[in-house]
Design a protein around this ligand. Structure first.
Ligand code: GLP
Length: 242
């Protein structure tokens, strides 16, 4: 596990974008695993800036997103489909048909099965970008009794629903369930890159990076990944030993 210490959110975003840009330059038809949440927004901005500057093209890149709220249609303003389109895909030259997100409007079994087929078809993820939830969730893999393998439906914890309610008009608007890529699929990515910022992530980052590997802290499994990089700002790293 490699930890890259950034002084602030801006620097974290730039460093993470540089790592992703390297992967694309080395392999223009790479598969990127992408994440939502507010933390990666700066990374997407930096990547879009590289595209505008003519440094980077996404024309052959394929993407697979981690998750989507159950029951949410693509055009719903709170769908992760919209989030990705508005914050990233519309700002670069990626082909919409090369971008993939679980279908929130589809019924549970079919949505998950179809998404696993998509993952199989696009092939091994070259780099998976991740944020981290306050309870250690990655994608929407909440603390559980065991690590999940493939795409599945999860019930959001109260803490996650509360944290994500800032994107909605109120807590009661937050869906109770989501479809998420399994921890197994995340782990099979060649590289995993996590971004984290802010003092509110310090406690969980310490647990995830230095605590026991346990499904009670899903992100802790990344300690076992052979190519895992954490890029975080000073506030988020405040409780780590090293
Ligand atoms: C959501 C997403 C996660 C993300 C988490 C943290 O629950 N499903 O992928 O990591 O939020 O979000 P933020 O970066 O806004 O703290």
């Amino acid at each position: 596990m490699r930890i890259i210490r950034a002084k602030d959110y801006e620097e974290m975003s730039g460093l993470a974008a540089d790592i992703i840009a390297e992967v694309i330059k080395e392999k223009p038809d790479c598969v990127l695993g992408l994440a939502t949440g507010s933390t990666p927004l700066g990374v997407y901005e930096k990547l879009a800036a590289k595209y505008r500057a003519g440094e980077l093209s996404f024309s052959r890149v394929a993407t697979v997103n981690l998750d989507e709220y159950k029951g949410m249609g693509r055009e719903d303003e709170n769908s992760y489909f919209r989030f990705m389109r508005d914050n990233f895909f519309s700002k670069v030259d990626i082909r919409p048909e090369n971008t993939h997100i679980p279908d929130g409007a589809e019924e549970e079994e079919k949505a998950c099965r179809d998404y696993d087929r998509v993952l199989e078809r696009v092939g091994r993820i070259d780099l998976q970008l991740l944020g981290i939830g306050h309870d250690g969730h990655i994608g929407f893999n909440e603390p559980a009794e065991a690590f999940s393998k493939t795409t599945h439906c999860v019930r959001l914890t109260e803490e996650t629903a509360e944290a994500n309610s800032r994107f909605f008009s109120g807590r009661e608007e937050v869906p109770s369930y989501a479809y998420t890529m399994g921890v197994g699929s995340i782990l099979s990515a060649k590289k995993v890159l996590m971004v984290a910022a802010g003092a509110d992530k310090a406690r969980i980052l310490k647990k995830a990076a230095e605590g026991p590997v346990t499904p009670a802290v899903p992100a802790s499994i990344l300690q076992f990944h052979p190519d895992f990089t954490l890029v975080a700002d000073a506030a988020a790293l405040a409780e780590l030993r090293g």
